[in-house]
Design a binder for this molecule. Structure first.
Ligand code: AHR
Length: 306
């Protein structure tokens, strides 16, 4: 997207320092805390003021948080929209108030809001690719096929929608694999455990659990053990995020493979805001590269994880 494509968006003045907002979606897991730390550390490094809010898992609160940032007159808003649709009016309200928005990590429904028109850009991982890479690892490493339980992330969120699409599309082309159940665990450890327990009872022949994040994968380990089965042996567990705790579980043999979702947004987010102020060209999507972990590299890479 060339600079001219931002014609309808508020501009950002070139200044020595800025007051920027970061509207976080929730703080109930190490991935979110790593993302927040990265944003706060970068703001401090640059001497920018950061107005931080935590929506505590509520899209309605996150809308109110963005509106409060607008009322406080921040220069720019970084937003991690909890779900794809409910935050769109808040994005448009920021635009109407002359405040540019940069989406971080989660995206919005592309038929309702667009980069270069409603917000500057999206910075984050390719979630479809994350799901596809996990499915590809499974097909390459479990030659006999398998019956899969899928633990989905927060309903209506872009990582849940896209990680499902990437994984399910790849699996659909491999007839020896079947997704026997797919249900949301809301990206949360205990919900993931509860849902996995129920689904393992309904599908005792399931031998794979694909969780859309580490928290639910860790919950699933407890569910597998509660069912009297051995994680990593009777049931293969696959995850996305790649925090330190899950990498230790890969080393311990309880988790088979994990696609990273890189949470270190600070430097890229603030660089992009500065580039926008300078009138530089900014693509509509800036994709973070993600690593991939299994037993072959987890021990070597655990010290790089958050
Ligand atoms: O949007 C990224 C996802 O949200 C991470 O996988 C998850 O852990 C977080 O809550």
């Amino acid at each position: 997207v060339a600079r001219s494509a931002f014609a309808g968006l508020p501009t950002l003045e070139v200044k020595d320092t800025y007051k920027v907002g970061f509207a976080q979606t929730e703080s109930n897991n190490p991935w979110r805390l790593a993302q927040t730390n990265s944003m706060q550390a970068e703001a401090e490094k640059r001497g920018w003021q950061l107005v931080y809010t935590d929506a505590a898992g509520s899209a309605a609160k996150q809308v109110a948080d963005v509106n409060s940032m607008i009322a406080q007159g921040v220069d720019l808003i970084f937003l991690a929209p909890r779900e794809e649709i409910p935050l769109i009016p808040a994005i448009k309200a920021a635009k109407g108030a002359g405040i540019p928005v940069i989406l971080l990590d989660r995206n919005v429904d592309q038929s309702l809001a667009k980069a270069g028109e409603d917000y500057v850009t999206f910075i984050g991982s390719d979630f479809i690719e994350e799901g596809r890479r996990v499915a590809e690892w499974l097909v390459n490493n479990k030659p006999g096929g398998g019956k899969i339980i899928e633990l989905e992330g927060t309903a209506g969120s872009s990582p849940a929608n896209d990680r499902k699409e990437g994984f399910d599309t790849f699996i659909a082309d491999h007839a020896s694999f079947e997704i026997v159940a797919s249900q949301t665990g809301d990206f949360a450890r205990d919900k993931g455990r509860q849902v996995a327990e129920t689904l393992l009872q309904a599908h005792p022949d399931a031998d794979v659990i694909y969780a859309h994040n580490d928290e639910m994968a860790i919950g699933a380990i407890s569910a597998v053990e509660a069912a009297g089965k051995v994680p990593g042996k009777d049931v293969l567990i696959l995850s996305i995020d790649g925090g330190r705790e899950i990498l230790q579980l890969v080393i311990d043999g309880k988790v088979a493979a994990v696609c990273e979702c890189n949470p270190r947004f600070g430097p890229k987010a603030f660089d992009t805001a500065a580039a926008y102020a300078n009138g530089e060209d900014i693509p509509g999507k800036i994709i973070n590269p993600d690593n991939f972990y299994d037993a072959s590299n987890a021990a070597d890479l655990i010290d790089t994880a958050y």
